[in-house]
Design a protein around this ligand. Structure first.
Ligand code: ACM
Length: 809
């Protein structure tokens, strides 16, 4: 009895606030992408069932948008709006058509008594509604009733329109298939941030994922691979596979439904049908499409760039015409993406048919560089241009235009093609200057398959390093860009290549939150973008993602540990969290940070070796995970150095990305951070030649006692690396005359294959050094085709040295 009374009281208490005057709340506007004009106002509009929903009587699609909003509100707030022909002085949400507004623009006015959404087209109304959702509690994105949330909208005046017409994400479903349910969720996530393009990468070496009725073997055979690569591509040679069949494809019925669903959210689905490269899944089904049909082809269990490509024969053109006949029936998109990237020309060079066709078409190797990209192209590049141009003509005949990756610039751009710039910004810029439309999706900013947090704690990705901040920093059209660039760069998108995204959760993790940075870059004028404001708005965006059962990368809530040295040192430790106004608390003795640990206020000098642990706190609570990073404040930390070899890295480790530890003083080698076994990115590579050891020299500025050197090197024969074979240490007072004080041969217990980070040290009688030289021998030789994938090089090669951190004590 007692229990039921208290429950009754509790429920009365819970109901009570909605009967009272609303409490004063500070209005917040956590809208992503940031509207281009937003004026905050006082007061709030309360949603309840008395609120009228007013839509124009002669605009059924606008009514559909309004009804969709009302439906979502009913489901999540339990509030049914009252449909009415006019507000009639009552609280109302009114949809008003104003013909002269641009297609995607909208105006949103919220006062305590009236919400007005004004636009010319349904698209604009849809975006107005997306903004209203973001002014409501995150619960509005859910499927469940939430009576506790504050169902009111802050007063505001917004005038908004997108910067670019193309704003989207590409999802590769070939490397790993995405269940159809995920495609719907992905579309919801695009729509939420006002993106309007879903680029669906449907065919590739690892799987053909679209049903084509004329060519059933494409899916019968081409949609299944017998096994999938295990671990990172270059860890093992021969590669190791899981032995598990992977497959899946989308029926035409499913595709039609997806396209219709996307259209209801004003998202255009652009299908990508790859040609002439990335052809293995199709060749496995129809070998006659290759240049050598006597070979057998397999749906590819690994990833990369393969020489087995489509042959530009009449059989192939007839095939693609048949495929496109069905594709255009499924996708109303003006644009069809024809791929065009990474097509090696070996098969065409070796094919008598292709060489004959080249002669017949009068194609010649360039003798002068192309006006468009400044490169001399081969006759085979021109054959690719012939291929793409023929398909363009076919699609133009059906009222469609083509998009291709930036390689379609090579050998001559098809007359009406739009270029999708991925290898950097050059392709897009060159296309625009040549008067073609271009879309920017450049590495590293738009490559959402890259790492976004320290690889040591992240799941395996394809590599690289692109933080949320890096992605956000991109501006597709700088203010000082050429007029043609301003005119022809029509948008931006992010790319999700799924080699390392087996599951939908992994796609979530790679895509979000960086997709929001891309959405903002696509929508918001550069002058209105602001990293600090973006982070502030992202806090609520993460709540929305949670309501939508999305699993983003949560590095936003953690601390990134940077070190940095200017030319004259010292090495500074910089701690950073993207979470706004959070406290960073840290320890240096390996203990767990608490709310009482040292407060990070500014960069501090790294002194001695520390076992750093740091976390972000807000209101006394830890926000995310603890970041653990031992730092080595040795004699060389933060010092510039010289080496007798060119240095290489596998990822972008400078600028916004120096989270991994590199700056133009230490280049990652004397930055106090050791490399780890998780990724190649922070390691420095040296292509050692026979008889010339690596020599690394540091000026210690004054006579300094040295008795120990420590360094790390990587074992990874599949990437042509062996751990160091020996070390010698020399000292000098003047940088001219060196005396060797210690030498050691190094032996490592290594398996046949794999990746291992070794740490070696050499200790010696204390010696005085003003200049310290560390000589490192490479680990011996490797056998071509035995230790690593066979190439055209010699049978035996010296192993490369990959080093991270050289320390002295
Ligand atoms: C690409 O990333 N190969 C377009």
């Amino acid at each position: 009895m007692k229990k039921s009374i208290s429950l009754l009281l509790l429920s009365l208490l819970m109901i009570a606030p909605s009967c009272q005057k609303p409490k004063e709340t500070t209005n917040e506007y956590n809208i992503v992408p940031q509207p281009n004009q937003l004026v905050p106002k006082e007061g709030r509009f309360e949603l309840n069932k008395q609120v009228r929903l007013v839509t124009p009587s002669d605009a059924s699609e606008v009514k559909k948008v309004a009804d969709g909003f009302a439906e979502q509100l009913k489901q999540t707030a339990g509030i049914s709006l009252t449909e009415a022909e006019s507000a009639d002085g009552k609280p109302a949400i009114s949809f008003v058509v104003q013909e002269d507004m641009p297609k995607e623009a909208y105006r949103l006015s919220v006062t305590p008594t009236l919400i007005t959404v004004t636009a010319s087209q349904p698209n604009g109304f849809f975006y107005g509604v997306q903004t209203i959702y973001q002014l409501l509690p995150p619960a509005v994105y859910g499927k469940k009733l939430n009576k506790k949330a504050d169902w009111s909208v802050p007063a505001v005046e917004i005038e908004d329109a997108p910067r670019f017409v193309h704003r989207g994400l590409m999802l590769d479903v070939c490397r790993h298939y995405a269940p159809i349910e995920y495609i719907y969720k992905f579309i919801d996530l695009l729509a939420m941030n006002k993106m309007n393009v879903f680029h669906w990468h449907l065919t590739d070496d690892q799987g053909w994922r679209i049903e084509i009725k004329k060519y059933p073997k494409l899916t019968e055979i081409g949609s299944k691979r017998e096994k999938t690569l295990v671990d990172y591509y270059y860890v093992n040679y021969p590669q190791v596979f899981d032995g598990i069949e992977h497959g899946g494809y989308y029926t035409q019925e499913q595709i039609k439904e997806v396209v219709a669903y996307a259209a209801s959210k004003y998202i255009n689905v652009i299908p990508e049908i790859e040609m002439p490269g990335h052809a293995l899944a199709a060749l496995a089904a129809y070998p006659e499409l290759s240049c050598d049909s006597t070979q057998t082809y397999k749906v590819c269990p690994t990833w990369g760039v393969f020489e087995q490509v489509f042959c530009p024969s009449e059989t192939t053109f007839k095939f693609f015409e048949g495929v496109m006949d069905e594709v255009v029936e499924l996708f109303p998109s003006e644009y069809i993406h024809i791929g065009g990237d990474e097509c090696p020309k070996t098969a065409w060079k070796n094919s008598a048919f292709c060489q004959q066709l080249i002669r017949q078409l009068g194609l010649k190797d360039d003798v002068t560089p192309s006006k468009v990209d400044g490169v001399k192209h081969s006759k085979e590049d021109k054959l690719q241009s012939y291929f793409v141009t023929r398909m363009e003509k076919y699609l133009n005949g059906k009222g469609r235009n083509i998009i291709g990756w930036d390689e379609i610039l090579e050998g001559g751009l098809a007359p009406n093609a739009t270029v999708l710039s991925w290898r950097g910004v050059e392709g897009g810029m060159n296309a625009a200057k040549a008067g073609h439309n271009a879309i920017m999706a450049p590495m590293p900013y738009a490559y959402l398959d890259f790492y976004q947090e320290d690889p040591e704690i992240a799941p395996t990705t394809i590599g690289g390093y692109t933080t949320l901040k890096k992605t956000y920093s991109y501006n597709p059209v700088p203010d000082d860009a050429d007029e043609l660039v301003k005119k022809h760069i029509i948008g931006m998108q992010g790319n999700l290549w799924r080699e390392y995204m087996k599951t939908s959760d992994r796609v979530d993790y790679q895509a979000f939150p960086r997709a929001m940075a891309i959405a903002e870059t696509g929508w918001t004028l550069d002058a209105n973008k602001n990293w600090k404001s973006f982070c502030e708005r992202m806090v609520t965006e993460f709540e929305r993602l949670e309501v939508m059962d999305t699993k983003p990368c949560l590095n936003f809530f953690d601390v990134n540990v940077n070190t940095h040295a200017d030319k004259n040192g010292p090495l500074m430790v910089l701690l950073e969290t993207f979470y706004p106004n959070a406290e960073i608390r840290y320890t240096t003795d390996g203990s767990e940070p608490t709310n009482g640990s040292a407060l990070y206020e500014q960069p501090f000098v790294l002194e001695g070796n520390i076992d750093l642990k740091a976390a972000a706190f807000k209101d006394g609570k830890m926000l995310g995970k603890v970041t653990h990073k031992p730092l080595y404040g040795n004699l060389l930390a933060g010092k510039p150095f010289t080496v007798n070899y060119a240095m290489g890295w596998t990822g972008d480790i400078f600028g916004e990305n120096d989270v991994l530890g590199a700056d133009p003083t230490t280049f990652g080698l004397t930055n106090g951070k050791r490399g780890n076994n998780a990724s190649y990115t922070p390691w420095s590579s040296f292509a050692i030649v026979e008889g010339k050891d690596l020599e690394f020299i540091v000026n210690l500025d004054k006579p300094t006692e040295v008795s120990k050197v420590i360094f790390g090197s990587l074992f990874n024969p599949a990437m042509r690396m062996l751990p160091a074979g020996g070390i010698a240490v020399e000292v000098s007072a003047d940088g001219q005359q060196y005396t060797q004080i210690a030498e050691k041969t190094l032996k490592h217990d290594c398996p046949e294959t794999g990746r291992i980070a070794f740490t070696d040290s050499i200790e010696f009688e204390p010696a005085q050094a003003t200049f310290l030289k560390v000589k490192i021998k490479n680990g011996g030789t490797l056998r071509n085709g035995v230790n690593f994938e066979k190439n055209n090089g010699p049978e035996v090669i010296p192993a490369e040295l990959w080093i991270d951190e050289i320390e002295a004590y």
